[in-house]
Write a protein that binds this ligand. Structure first.
Ligand SMILES: Cc1cc2nc3c(=O)[nH]c(=O)nc-3n(C[C@H](O)[C@H](O)[C@H](O)COP(=O)(O)OP(=O)(O)OC[C@H]3O[C@@H](n4cnc5c(N)ncnc54)[C@H](O)[C@@H]3O)c2cc1C
Length: 476
Protein backbone atom coordinates (compact mmCIF):
# COMPACT_ATOMS: atom_id res chain seq x y z
CA UNK A 1 0.00 0.00 0.00
CA UNK A 2 1.20 3.50 -0.73
CA UNK A 3 1.64 5.87 2.20
CA UNK A 4 -0.70 8.32 0.55
CA UNK A 5 -3.39 9.64 2.85
CA UNK A 6 -6.93 10.06 1.51
CA UNK A 7 -9.67 11.80 3.47
CA UNK A 8 -13.24 10.85 2.55
CA UNK A 9 -15.74 13.49 3.63
CA UNK A 10 -19.17 11.96 4.32
CA UNK A 11 -20.03 8.50 5.63
CA UNK A 12 -23.15 7.85 3.56
CA UNK A 13 -23.14 4.88 1.22
CA UNK A 14 -21.07 6.75 -1.40
CA UNK A 15 -18.34 7.80 1.06
CA UNK A 16 -18.22 4.37 2.68
CA UNK A 17 -18.02 2.65 -0.69
CA UNK A 18 -15.19 4.96 -1.81
CA UNK A 19 -13.34 4.18 1.44
CA UNK A 20 -13.93 0.45 0.92
CA UNK A 21 -12.57 0.58 -2.66
CA UNK A 22 -9.47 2.57 -1.63
CA UNK A 23 -8.69 0.56 1.51
CA UNK A 24 -9.18 -2.89 0.02
CA UNK A 25 -12.18 -3.52 2.30
CA UNK A 26 -14.26 -4.45 -0.75
CA UNK A 27 -11.55 -6.79 -2.08
CA UNK A 28 -8.41 -6.02 -4.02
CA UNK A 29 -5.27 -4.43 -2.61
CA UNK A 30 -5.21 -1.41 -0.32
CA UNK A 31 -4.33 1.68 -2.34
CA UNK A 32 -4.02 4.32 0.38
CA UNK A 33 -4.46 5.12 4.06
CA UNK A 34 -8.02 6.26 4.42
CA UNK A 35 -9.85 8.42 6.96
CA UNK A 36 -13.64 8.83 6.76
CA UNK A 37 -15.11 11.89 8.44
CA UNK A 38 -18.87 11.77 9.07
CA UNK A 39 -20.74 14.71 10.55
CA UNK A 40 -23.57 12.81 12.24
CA UNK A 41 -23.47 10.23 14.99
CA UNK A 42 -23.96 7.28 12.63
CA UNK A 43 -22.79 6.08 9.23
CA UNK A 44 -25.15 5.38 6.32
CA UNK A 45 -26.76 8.76 5.57
CA UNK A 46 -30.05 7.91 3.87
CA UNK A 47 -29.52 4.21 4.65
CA UNK A 48 -30.68 3.90 8.21
CA UNK A 49 -31.94 0.98 10.27
CA UNK A 50 -33.72 1.16 13.61
CA UNK A 51 -36.48 -0.36 15.72
CA UNK A 52 -40.16 0.51 15.55
CA UNK A 53 -42.46 -1.39 17.90
CA UNK A 54 -39.57 -3.67 18.85
CA UNK A 55 -39.00 -4.68 15.22
CA UNK A 56 -35.85 -3.84 13.25
CA UNK A 57 -36.83 -2.02 10.04
CA UNK A 58 -35.43 0.45 7.55
CA UNK A 59 -36.09 4.06 8.47
CA UNK A 60 -34.65 5.28 5.15
CA UNK A 61 -33.88 3.59 1.81
CA UNK A 62 -35.07 -0.03 1.73
CA UNK A 63 -34.18 -1.70 -1.56
CA UNK A 64 -31.66 -1.60 -4.39
CA UNK A 65 -32.08 -1.99 -8.09
CA UNK A 66 -30.61 -5.43 -8.80
CA UNK A 67 -30.26 -4.93 -12.55
CA UNK A 68 -27.29 -2.67 -11.87
CA UNK A 69 -24.51 -4.70 -10.28
CA UNK A 70 -22.84 -2.20 -7.92
CA UNK A 71 -24.94 -2.50 -4.74
CA UNK A 72 -25.36 -6.26 -4.89
CA UNK A 73 -21.61 -6.67 -5.52
CA UNK A 74 -20.69 -4.41 -2.60
CA UNK A 75 -23.08 -6.32 -0.31
CA UNK A 76 -21.39 -9.57 -1.35
CA UNK A 77 -17.90 -8.10 -0.91
CA UNK A 78 -18.61 -7.20 2.72
CA UNK A 79 -20.10 -10.60 3.57
CA UNK A 80 -23.81 -9.90 3.12
CA UNK A 81 -24.29 -12.06 0.01
CA UNK A 82 -26.36 -14.64 1.90
CA UNK A 83 -28.58 -11.89 3.30
CA UNK A 84 -29.80 -10.61 -0.07
CA UNK A 85 -33.53 -11.21 -0.44
CA UNK A 86 -35.85 -9.91 -3.16
CA UNK A 87 -39.28 -8.57 -2.24
CA UNK A 88 -41.87 -11.30 -1.62
CA UNK A 89 -44.38 -9.41 -3.71
CA UNK A 90 -44.03 -6.72 -6.32
CA UNK A 91 -47.79 -6.28 -6.62
CA UNK A 92 -48.02 -2.51 -6.37
CA UNK A 93 -51.04 -0.31 -6.92
CA UNK A 94 -51.87 3.25 -7.83
CA UNK A 95 -54.43 5.05 -5.67
CA UNK A 96 -56.21 7.14 -8.23
CA UNK A 97 -59.69 8.10 -9.29
CA UNK A 98 -61.01 6.96 -5.91
CA UNK A 99 -59.71 3.39 -5.93
CA UNK A 100 -56.59 1.26 -5.67
CA UNK A 101 -55.77 0.13 -9.19
CA UNK A 102 -53.00 -2.30 -10.22
CA UNK A 103 -49.81 -0.71 -11.51
CA UNK A 104 -49.89 -1.85 -15.15
CA UNK A 105 -47.08 -4.21 -16.17
CA UNK A 106 -44.62 -3.39 -18.94
CA UNK A 107 -44.06 0.25 -17.93
CA UNK A 108 -40.75 2.07 -17.48
CA UNK A 109 -40.95 4.94 -14.95
CA UNK A 110 -44.69 5.05 -15.61
CA UNK A 111 -44.36 5.24 -19.40
CA UNK A 112 -46.60 2.44 -20.68
CA UNK A 113 -45.30 -0.33 -22.92
CA UNK A 114 -48.53 -2.33 -22.93
CA UNK A 115 -51.73 -0.43 -23.65
CA UNK A 116 -53.95 -3.44 -22.98
CA UNK A 117 -52.50 -3.81 -19.47
CA UNK A 118 -52.97 -0.06 -19.06
CA UNK A 119 -56.61 -0.31 -20.13
CA UNK A 120 -57.24 -3.27 -17.82
CA UNK A 121 -55.72 -1.42 -14.84
CA UNK A 122 -58.34 1.33 -14.93
CA UNK A 123 -55.71 3.92 -14.01
CA UNK A 124 -56.72 6.22 -16.88
CA UNK A 125 -60.11 7.61 -17.78
CA UNK A 126 -61.59 6.48 -21.12
CA UNK A 127 -60.49 9.79 -22.68
CA UNK A 128 -56.98 9.51 -21.28
CA UNK A 129 -56.67 5.99 -22.64
CA UNK A 130 -58.00 7.01 -26.03
CA UNK A 131 -55.43 9.81 -26.20
CA UNK A 132 -52.63 7.38 -25.22
CA UNK A 133 -53.68 5.10 -28.08
CA UNK A 134 -53.02 7.91 -30.55
CA UNK A 135 -49.34 8.76 -30.14
CA UNK A 136 -48.37 12.11 -31.60
CA UNK A 137 -45.06 12.57 -33.34
CA UNK A 138 -42.58 14.73 -31.43
CA UNK A 139 -39.04 15.84 -32.06
CA UNK A 140 -36.55 15.59 -29.24
CA UNK A 141 -33.15 17.24 -29.30
CA UNK A 142 -30.37 16.74 -26.75
CA UNK A 143 -32.80 16.57 -23.84
CA UNK A 144 -36.36 17.32 -22.75
CA UNK A 145 -38.32 17.05 -19.51
CA UNK A 146 -40.02 13.70 -19.03
CA UNK A 147 -43.34 15.44 -18.42
CA UNK A 148 -43.25 17.55 -21.59
CA UNK A 149 -42.17 14.66 -23.80
CA UNK A 150 -44.68 12.09 -22.52
CA UNK A 151 -47.54 14.60 -22.43
CA UNK A 152 -46.90 15.63 -26.05
CA UNK A 153 -46.63 12.04 -27.12
CA UNK A 154 -49.27 10.18 -25.09
CA UNK A 155 -51.30 12.88 -23.37
CA UNK A 156 -51.21 14.69 -20.04
CA UNK A 157 -53.14 12.00 -18.19
CA UNK A 158 -50.36 9.44 -18.65
CA UNK A 159 -48.02 11.95 -17.01
CA UNK A 160 -50.44 12.86 -14.22
CA UNK A 161 -51.52 9.38 -13.21
CA UNK A 162 -48.51 7.20 -14.07
CA UNK A 163 -45.27 9.10 -14.62
CA UNK A 164 -45.71 11.55 -11.71
CA UNK A 165 -46.31 8.90 -9.02
CA UNK A 166 -43.41 6.73 -10.22
CA UNK A 167 -41.07 9.68 -10.53
CA UNK A 168 -42.31 10.90 -7.14
CA UNK A 169 -41.19 7.59 -5.66
CA UNK A 170 -37.64 7.87 -6.98
CA UNK A 171 -36.95 11.63 -7.08
CA UNK A 172 -39.79 13.16 -5.06
CA UNK A 173 -39.71 15.48 -8.07
CA UNK A 174 -41.98 16.83 -10.77
CA UNK A 175 -42.25 15.39 -14.27
CA UNK A 176 -42.39 18.82 -15.90
CA UNK A 177 -38.94 19.65 -14.52
CA UNK A 178 -36.96 16.41 -14.53
CA UNK A 179 -34.63 15.61 -17.40
CA UNK A 180 -35.31 12.53 -19.51
CA UNK A 181 -31.60 12.24 -20.25
CA UNK A 182 -30.54 12.36 -16.60
CA UNK A 183 -33.35 10.41 -14.96
CA UNK A 184 -34.47 7.81 -17.53
CA UNK A 185 -31.58 7.71 -20.03
CA UNK A 186 -32.79 4.43 -21.53
CA UNK A 187 -35.79 6.30 -22.96
CA UNK A 188 -33.74 9.01 -24.67
CA UNK A 189 -32.74 6.98 -27.76
CA UNK A 190 -36.38 5.97 -28.20
CA UNK A 191 -37.42 9.61 -27.93
CA UNK A 192 -34.73 10.80 -30.32
CA UNK A 193 -35.41 7.95 -32.76
CA UNK A 194 -38.90 9.29 -33.33
CA UNK A 195 -40.58 5.85 -33.50
CA UNK A 196 -43.45 4.71 -31.28
CA UNK A 197 -42.73 5.34 -27.59
CA UNK A 198 -45.08 2.58 -26.45
CA UNK A 199 -43.42 0.06 -28.81
CA UNK A 200 -39.97 1.21 -27.65
CA UNK A 201 -40.88 0.79 -23.98
CA UNK A 202 -42.46 -2.59 -24.75
CA UNK A 203 -39.19 -3.69 -26.38
CA UNK A 204 -37.15 -2.38 -23.41
CA UNK A 205 -39.35 -4.15 -20.86
CA UNK A 206 -39.25 -7.44 -22.81
CA UNK A 207 -35.48 -7.74 -23.20
CA UNK A 208 -34.30 -11.18 -22.06
CA UNK A 209 -31.93 -9.67 -19.47
CA UNK A 210 -34.86 -7.76 -17.98
CA UNK A 211 -37.56 -10.43 -17.96
CA UNK A 212 -37.22 -12.91 -15.09
CA UNK A 213 -34.44 -11.18 -13.13
CA UNK A 214 -35.55 -9.64 -9.85
CA UNK A 215 -35.83 -5.90 -10.33
CA UNK A 216 -35.01 -5.14 -6.69
CA UNK A 217 -33.14 -6.71 -3.81
CA UNK A 218 -33.31 -6.04 -0.11
CA UNK A 219 -31.25 -7.35 2.78
CA UNK A 220 -32.48 -9.48 5.69
CA UNK A 221 -32.48 -7.14 8.64
CA UNK A 222 -32.90 -4.17 6.31
CA UNK A 223 -30.76 -2.18 3.94
CA UNK A 224 -29.46 -0.24 6.93
CA UNK A 225 -27.21 -3.25 7.58
CA UNK A 226 -25.27 -2.46 4.37
CA UNK A 227 -23.48 0.71 5.57
CA UNK A 228 -22.89 -0.95 8.93
CA UNK A 229 -21.18 -3.91 7.22
CA UNK A 230 -19.20 -1.70 4.83
CA UNK A 231 -18.06 0.43 7.78
CA UNK A 232 -17.04 -2.67 9.75
CA UNK A 233 -15.07 -4.01 6.76
CA UNK A 234 -13.38 -0.62 6.36
CA UNK A 235 -12.34 -0.53 10.03
CA UNK A 236 -10.96 -4.08 9.73
CA UNK A 237 -8.99 -2.92 6.67
CA UNK A 238 -7.46 -0.14 8.77
CA UNK A 239 -9.70 2.80 7.82
CA UNK A 240 -9.85 5.52 10.48
CA UNK A 241 -13.62 6.07 10.60
CA UNK A 242 -14.87 8.96 12.68
CA UNK A 243 -18.50 9.87 13.34
CA UNK A 244 -19.62 13.13 15.00
CA UNK A 245 -16.84 14.78 13.00
CA UNK A 246 -18.22 17.42 10.62
CA UNK A 247 -15.71 18.79 8.16
CA UNK A 248 -15.76 22.55 8.60
CA UNK A 249 -13.10 23.67 6.16
CA UNK A 250 -11.21 22.28 3.20
CA UNK A 251 -8.18 24.11 1.78
CA UNK A 252 -5.87 23.11 -1.04
CA UNK A 253 -2.18 23.35 -0.10
CA UNK A 254 0.94 22.84 -2.25
CA UNK A 255 1.29 19.36 -0.69
CA UNK A 256 -2.34 18.30 -0.85
CA UNK A 257 -5.23 19.28 1.43
CA UNK A 258 -5.74 20.80 4.83
CA UNK A 259 -8.94 19.48 6.41
CA UNK A 260 -10.47 21.10 9.48
CA UNK A 261 -12.89 18.73 11.19
CA UNK A 262 -14.29 18.65 14.70
CA UNK A 263 -11.73 21.24 15.81
CA UNK A 264 -8.80 19.16 14.52
CA UNK A 265 -6.59 19.82 11.49
CA UNK A 266 -5.76 16.86 9.25
CA UNK A 267 -3.62 16.75 6.13
CA UNK A 268 -4.33 14.62 3.09
CA UNK A 269 -2.80 13.89 -0.30
CA UNK A 270 -6.27 13.63 -1.81
CA UNK A 271 -9.88 14.18 -0.83
CA UNK A 272 -13.07 12.37 -1.83
CA UNK A 273 -16.06 14.61 -1.28
CA UNK A 274 -19.13 12.40 -0.71
CA UNK A 275 -21.61 14.84 0.78
CA UNK A 276 -24.84 16.37 -0.59
CA UNK A 277 -24.38 19.30 -3.00
CA UNK A 278 -25.03 22.14 -0.47
CA UNK A 279 -22.33 20.76 1.87
CA UNK A 280 -19.92 20.20 -1.04
CA UNK A 281 -20.53 23.78 -2.22
CA UNK A 282 -19.69 25.18 1.23
CA UNK A 283 -16.47 23.20 1.43
CA UNK A 284 -15.32 24.11 -2.11
CA UNK A 285 -16.20 27.81 -1.96
CA UNK A 286 -12.64 28.94 -1.15
CA UNK A 287 -10.65 26.85 -3.66
CA UNK A 288 -13.15 25.96 -6.36
CA UNK A 289 -15.70 28.81 -6.48
CA UNK A 290 -16.90 27.80 -9.95
CA UNK A 291 -17.71 24.27 -8.76
CA UNK A 292 -19.33 25.70 -5.61
CA UNK A 293 -21.60 27.98 -7.66
CA UNK A 294 -22.77 25.04 -9.80
CA UNK A 295 -23.35 22.89 -6.71
CA UNK A 296 -25.33 25.70 -5.05
CA UNK A 297 -27.77 25.49 -7.96
CA UNK A 298 -28.63 21.82 -7.33
CA UNK A 299 -32.07 21.73 -5.73
CA UNK A 300 -33.24 19.10 -3.26
CA UNK A 301 -36.63 17.65 -2.32
CA UNK A 302 -37.26 17.14 1.36
CA UNK A 303 -39.40 14.24 2.47
CA UNK A 304 -40.62 12.40 5.53
CA UNK A 305 -41.23 8.71 6.11
CA UNK A 306 -43.79 7.61 8.68
CA UNK A 307 -43.34 4.04 9.90
CA UNK A 308 -46.37 2.53 11.63
CA UNK A 309 -46.36 -0.72 13.65
CA UNK A 310 -49.72 -2.47 14.07
CA UNK A 311 -50.61 -5.64 15.91
CA UNK A 312 -51.92 -8.12 13.35
CA UNK A 313 -54.67 -9.08 15.79
CA UNK A 314 -55.98 -5.50 15.55
CA UNK A 315 -56.33 -5.59 11.76
CA UNK A 316 -59.70 -6.68 10.39
CA UNK A 317 -57.92 -7.67 7.22
CA UNK A 318 -54.19 -7.18 6.54
CA UNK A 319 -53.61 -5.08 3.42
CA UNK A 320 -52.54 -7.04 0.35
CA UNK A 321 -49.73 -6.38 -2.13
CA UNK A 322 -46.55 -4.37 -1.64
CA UNK A 323 -48.20 -0.95 -1.33
CA UNK A 324 -49.38 1.91 -3.50
CA UNK A 325 -48.33 5.17 -5.11
CA UNK A 326 -50.43 8.32 -5.20
CA UNK A 327 -50.52 10.73 -8.15
CA UNK A 328 -50.34 14.37 -7.00
CA UNK A 329 -53.35 15.11 -9.22
CA UNK A 330 -55.53 13.10 -6.82
CA UNK A 331 -54.84 15.65 -4.06
CA UNK A 332 -54.11 13.27 -1.19
CA UNK A 333 -51.83 13.88 1.80
CA UNK A 334 -49.37 11.01 1.35
CA UNK A 335 -47.47 10.21 -1.84
CA UNK A 336 -46.98 6.50 -1.28
CA UNK A 337 -47.32 3.66 1.18
CA UNK A 338 -45.24 0.50 1.43
CA UNK A 339 -46.70 -2.52 3.18
CA UNK A 340 -43.33 -3.56 4.60
CA UNK A 341 -44.51 -6.78 6.28
CA UNK A 342 -45.93 -7.98 2.95
CA UNK A 343 -43.00 -6.79 0.87
CA UNK A 344 -40.17 -8.25 2.93
CA UNK A 345 -40.33 -11.92 3.89
CA UNK A 346 -37.56 -11.42 6.45
CA UNK A 347 -39.65 -8.82 8.25
CA UNK A 348 -42.75 -10.97 8.29
CA UNK A 349 -40.69 -13.90 9.64
CA UNK A 350 -38.96 -11.82 12.30
CA UNK A 351 -42.20 -10.29 13.62
CA UNK A 352 -45.15 -12.50 12.60
CA UNK A 353 -47.53 -10.89 15.12
CA UNK A 354 -46.85 -7.36 13.91
CA UNK A 355 -47.73 -5.61 10.66
CA UNK A 356 -45.40 -2.79 9.65
CA UNK A 357 -46.07 -0.32 6.91
CA UNK A 358 -44.79 3.10 6.04
CA UNK A 359 -45.99 6.16 4.21
CA UNK A 360 -44.01 8.96 2.57
CA UNK A 361 -44.91 12.61 2.38
CA UNK A 362 -43.30 15.58 0.65
CA UNK A 363 -42.27 16.40 -2.87
CA UNK A 364 -39.92 18.97 -4.36
CA UNK A 365 -40.90 22.46 -3.09
CA UNK A 366 -43.25 21.03 -0.46
CA UNK A 367 -40.73 21.30 2.33
CA UNK A 368 -43.33 22.79 4.68
CA UNK A 369 -44.51 19.25 5.32
CA UNK A 370 -41.22 18.55 7.10
CA UNK A 371 -41.99 21.21 9.69
CA UNK A 372 -45.21 19.49 10.78
CA UNK A 373 -45.10 17.72 14.14
CA UNK A 374 -44.78 13.94 14.16
CA UNK A 375 -48.37 13.50 15.38
CA UNK A 376 -49.70 15.47 12.42
CA UNK A 377 -47.72 13.38 9.91
CA UNK A 378 -48.99 10.21 11.58
CA UNK A 379 -52.57 11.56 11.58
CA UNK A 380 -52.38 12.49 7.88
CA UNK A 381 -51.01 9.04 7.06
CA UNK A 382 -53.74 7.24 9.01
CA UNK A 383 -56.48 9.36 7.43
CA UNK A 384 -55.29 8.51 3.91
CA UNK A 385 -54.78 4.83 4.77
CA UNK A 386 -58.34 4.62 6.06
CA UNK A 387 -59.67 6.06 2.80
CA UNK A 388 -57.39 4.03 0.56
CA UNK A 389 -57.53 0.59 2.17
CA UNK A 390 -60.11 0.88 4.96
CA UNK A 391 -57.46 0.62 7.69
CA UNK A 392 -59.03 1.77 10.96
CA UNK A 393 -56.72 0.06 13.50
CA UNK A 394 -54.41 2.27 15.57
CA UNK A 395 -50.66 1.60 15.50
CA UNK A 396 -48.95 0.54 18.75
CA UNK A 397 -45.79 2.40 17.75
CA UNK A 398 -44.78 5.01 15.18
CA UNK A 399 -41.58 6.65 13.96
CA UNK A 400 -41.06 9.65 11.71
CA UNK A 401 -37.82 10.04 9.71
CA UNK A 402 -37.18 13.41 8.08
CA UNK A 403 -34.80 14.07 5.20
CA UNK A 404 -34.35 17.79 4.60
CA UNK A 405 -31.85 17.46 1.75
CA UNK A 406 -33.49 14.19 0.74
CA UNK A 407 -33.26 13.77 -3.01
CA UNK A 408 -31.34 15.96 -5.49
CA UNK A 409 -33.36 17.07 -8.51
CA UNK A 410 -32.05 16.42 -12.01
CA UNK A 411 -33.53 19.07 -14.33
CA UNK A 412 -32.69 19.43 -18.02
CA UNK A 413 -29.02 20.44 -18.13
CA UNK A 414 -28.04 18.46 -15.03
CA UNK A 415 -25.50 16.19 -16.78
CA UNK A 416 -23.82 19.29 -18.26
CA UNK A 417 -23.73 20.92 -14.82
CA UNK A 418 -22.10 17.79 -13.39
CA UNK A 419 -19.52 17.85 -16.19
CA UNK A 420 -18.70 21.49 -15.32
CA UNK A 421 -18.39 20.66 -11.60
CA UNK A 422 -16.05 17.77 -12.38
CA UNK A 423 -13.95 19.91 -14.73
CA UNK A 424 -13.58 22.56 -12.00
CA UNK A 425 -12.65 19.86 -9.49
CA UNK A 426 -10.01 18.49 -11.87
CA UNK A 427 -8.43 21.92 -12.07
CA UNK A 428 -8.12 22.03 -8.29
CA UNK A 429 -6.56 18.57 -8.39
CA UNK A 430 -6.35 15.64 -5.93
CA UNK A 431 -10.11 15.83 -5.52
CA UNK A 432 -12.94 13.51 -6.52
CA UNK A 433 -16.68 13.94 -6.02
CA UNK A 434 -19.27 11.22 -5.60
CA UNK A 435 -22.76 10.60 -4.31
CA UNK A 436 -26.38 11.20 -5.23
CA UNK A 437 -25.89 14.71 -6.63
CA UNK A 438 -24.01 13.55 -9.72
CA UNK A 439 -24.70 10.41 -11.74
CA UNK A 440 -27.94 9.00 -10.36
CA UNK A 441 -29.76 9.08 -7.01
CA UNK A 442 -30.22 5.31 -6.62
CA UNK A 443 -27.88 3.41 -4.33
CA UNK A 444 -26.16 1.43 -7.15
CA UNK A 445 -25.49 4.70 -9.00
CA UNK A 446 -24.06 6.26 -5.82
CA UNK A 447 -21.78 3.24 -5.35
CA UNK A 448 -20.84 3.44 -9.04
CA UNK A 449 -19.86 7.08 -8.62
CA UNK A 450 -17.79 6.12 -5.55
CA UNK A 451 -15.98 3.45 -7.58
CA UNK A 452 -15.18 6.03 -10.26
CA UNK A 453 -13.97 8.51 -7.61
CA UNK A 454 -11.76 5.85 -6.01
CA UNK A 455 -10.35 4.91 -9.42
CA UNK A 456 -9.54 8.54 -10.18
CA UNK A 457 -7.78 9.00 -6.83
CA UNK A 458 -5.94 5.71 -7.24
CA UNK A 459 -4.71 6.78 -10.67
CA UNK A 460 -3.49 10.03 -9.24
CA UNK A 461 -1.64 8.32 -6.40
CA UNK A 462 -0.11 5.52 -8.48
CA UNK A 463 3.45 6.43 -9.38
CA UNK A 464 4.32 6.41 -13.08
CA UNK A 465 6.49 3.42 -14.08
CA UNK A 466 8.77 5.41 -16.34
CA UNK A 467 7.49 3.89 -19.58
CA UNK A 468 4.74 6.43 -19.72
CA UNK A 469 2.15 4.09 -18.18
CA UNK A 470 1.12 3.84 -14.57
CA UNK A 471 1.64 0.73 -12.44
CA UNK A 472 -2.03 0.04 -12.03
CA UNK A 473 -5.30 1.79 -12.04
CA UNK A 474 -8.23 0.56 -10.04
CA UNK A 475 -10.68 -1.38 -12.17
CA UNK A 476 -13.76 0.28 -10.76
C1 LIG B 1 -36.31 8.63 2.18
C2 LIG B 1 -35.44 8.09 1.07
C3 LIG B 1 -35.64 6.81 0.61
C4 LIG B 1 -34.83 6.32 -0.42
N1 LIG B 1 -35.02 5.03 -0.84
C5 LIG B 1 -34.18 4.51 -1.75
C6 LIG B 1 -34.26 3.13 -2.10
O1 LIG B 1 -35.09 2.37 -1.57
N2 LIG B 1 -33.37 2.66 -3.04
C7 LIG B 1 -32.44 3.45 -3.62
O2 LIG B 1 -31.66 2.98 -4.46
N3 LIG B 1 -32.31 4.76 -3.29
C8 LIG B 1 -33.15 5.28 -2.36
N4 LIG B 1 -33.01 6.59 -1.99
C9 LIG B 1 -31.90 7.36 -2.56
C10 LIG B 1 -30.58 6.94 -1.90
O3 LIG B 1 -30.81 6.37 -0.65
C11 LIG B 1 -29.64 8.14 -1.73
O4 LIG B 1 -29.56 8.87 -2.94
C12 LIG B 1 -28.23 7.67 -1.33
O5 LIG B 1 -28.29 6.85 -0.19
C13 LIG B 1 -27.35 8.89 -1.11
O6 LIG B 1 -26.09 8.46 -0.65
P1 LIG B 1 -24.90 9.49 -0.49
O7 LIG B 1 -23.79 8.78 0.18
O8 LIG B 1 -24.65 10.17 -1.78
O9 LIG B 1 -25.47 10.65 0.46
P2 LIG B 1 -25.99 10.65 1.95
O10 LIG B 1 -26.68 9.39 2.29
O11 LIG B 1 -26.74 11.93 2.08
O12 LIG B 1 -24.65 10.72 2.81
C14 LIG B 1 -23.90 11.88 2.92
C15 LIG B 1 -23.27 11.90 4.29
O13 LIG B 1 -22.44 13.05 4.39
C16 LIG B 1 -22.54 13.55 5.71
N5 LIG B 1 -22.10 14.94 5.71
C17 LIG B 1 -22.74 16.04 5.23
N6 LIG B 1 -21.98 17.15 5.42
C18 LIG B 1 -20.83 16.74 6.01
C19 LIG B 1 -19.64 17.40 6.45
N7 LIG B 1 -19.49 18.73 6.33
N8 LIG B 1 -18.66 16.66 7.03
C20 LIG B 1 -18.80 15.32 7.17
N9 LIG B 1 -19.90 14.65 6.78
C21 LIG B 1 -20.89 15.34 6.20
C22 LIG B 1 -24.02 13.35 6.05
O14 LIG B 1 -24.20 13.36 7.46
C23 LIG B 1 -24.29 12.00 5.42
O15 LIG B 1 -24.09 10.93 6.32
C24 LIG B 1 -33.81 7.13 -0.98
C25 LIG B 1 -33.62 8.43 -0.52
C26 LIG B 1 -34.42 8.92 0.50
C27 LIG B 1 -34.20 10.31 1.02
Amino acid sequence: MSDAQVVVVGGGIAGLAAAAFLSGAAGGPARARVTVLEASGRVGGKLWGGEVGGVRVDLGAESVLARRPEAVELARAVGLGAELEPPTTAKAAIWTRGALRPLPGGQVMGVPGDLEALAASGVLTAEGLERARHERATEVGADVTIGRYVADRLGQEVVDRLVEPLLGGVYAGRAEEISLRAAVPQLLPIAQGGGSLVAGVHELASRPQVVGTPVFQGLRGGLGTLPEAVAAACVTAGVDLRTDTPVEELRRTPEGWRVVAGGEVLTADAVVLAVPAPAAARLLRADAPAAAAELDAVEYAGMALVTLAFRRADLTEPPSGSGFLVPPVDGRRIKASTFSSNKWGWLERSAPDAFLLRTSLGRHREDAVLALPDEELVARSLADLEEAIGLTARPYDTFVSRFTAGLPQYPVGHPDRVARVRAAAREVGALALCGAAYDGVGIPACIGSAAAAAAAIDKLLTPATGDGSTERTMGA
